[in-house]
Design a protein around this ligand. Structure first.
Ligand code: HEC
Ligand code: HEC
Length: 214
């Protein structure tokens, strides 16, 4: 056995022995802990209130990172700062994030309106949203801190509009979100409306690409 192979094997055994450590949270443990979040985000992360983001199918790292931003007060929201004042251990939040990440987002499947078609053109145009968030808003879990971008497909339109306007006014800011703060001042209210109508109707579980204009 080569030295390299021995080291690889040893690392594998260590990572198996340590269970979920390093690999992120435990979704089974997270399902129980997520009862603290279910009232607002839904037990499976498909919130019914359009002002509360869906967490189903969102990347684990992103859910964890944003929860910690609320906890530190770097991202501001009264409800989330209240919740994370109580629930804030890294392990609990990682488990909860793993639970929501393992759920399937239910898209509204809204009809492909003219506004949504305009939104698709903007998404694929000069602002290059697709480069980071993927051609269908599927996002990028990221191989490094710097190339990750959250999933947008099927998210509530009301929430998307609110958060994009907060990036534009720099009310929402983060180290990873600096590109959002740079791009959004170039985007008008009407363009935000179109982008969010387009993104919210995308159904990543549909067999065909639902975003093609009929
Ligand atoms: C009382 C209602 C409420 C509860 C309970 C709640 N949340 Fe939230 N959550 C919100 C609201 C409202 C927002 C949107 C904040 C904003 O507009 O920036 C949000 C946003 C989030 C986001 C940001 C998602 C995104 O797409 O950027 C994450 C992550 C999150 N919550 C995780 C959790 C977790 C984990 C729990 C349980 C430990 C939880 N929330 C419990 C109301 C709640
Ligand atoms: C250079 C990469 C990049 C580009 C280009 C980009 N984004 Fe983002 N976007 C990000 C990152 C990274 C975040 C997460 C920021 C954070 O951590 O707060 C984000 C966050 C978002 C969010 C918040 C999602 C949520 O669940 O809260 C929305 C909505 C969004 N982007 C839409 C867009 C749109 C629309 C465009 C084009 C106009 C765009 N982005 C262009 C990287 C990018």
């Amino acid at each position: 056995m080569s030295m390299r192979k021995i080291i690889t094997t040893a690392c594998l055994i260590v990572s198996l022995a340590s269970g979920t450590a390093g690999a992120g949270g435990d979704p089974a443990a997270g399902q129980i802990k997520a009862s603290s979040c279910a009232f607002c985000h839904g037990p499976d992360g498909n919130s019914s209130d359009p002002a509360i983001p869906k967490l189903a199918g969102q990347f684990e790292k992103y859910i964890l990172q944003q929860s910690l931003l609320f906890h530190s007060g770097k991202r501001k929201d009264a409800a989330m700062q209240g919740v994370t004042a109580v629930i804030n251990s890294d392990q609990d939040l990682a488990d909860i994030a793993a639970h929501f990440a393992s759920q399937v987002l239910i898209s509204e499947k809204a009809p492909n309106s003219v506004t949504a078609q305009q939104g698709k053109i903007i998404y694929e145009g000069m602002l290059k949203c697709y480069l980071c968030h993927g051609p269908n808003g599927e996002g990028n879990p990221g191989s490094s801190e710097t190339d990750a971008a959250p999933r947008l497909a099927g998210q509530h339109k009301t929430y998307l509009i609110k958060t994009l306007k907060e990036f534009r006014s720099a009310q929402r800011r983060s180290k990873n979100g600096f590109m959002m703060n740079t791009i959004m001042p170039m985007v008008s209210d009407a363009e935000i409306e179109a982008l969010c109508e387009y993104l919210s109707r995308i159904d990543l579980t549909a067999p065909e690409n639902p975003t093609d204009p009929q």
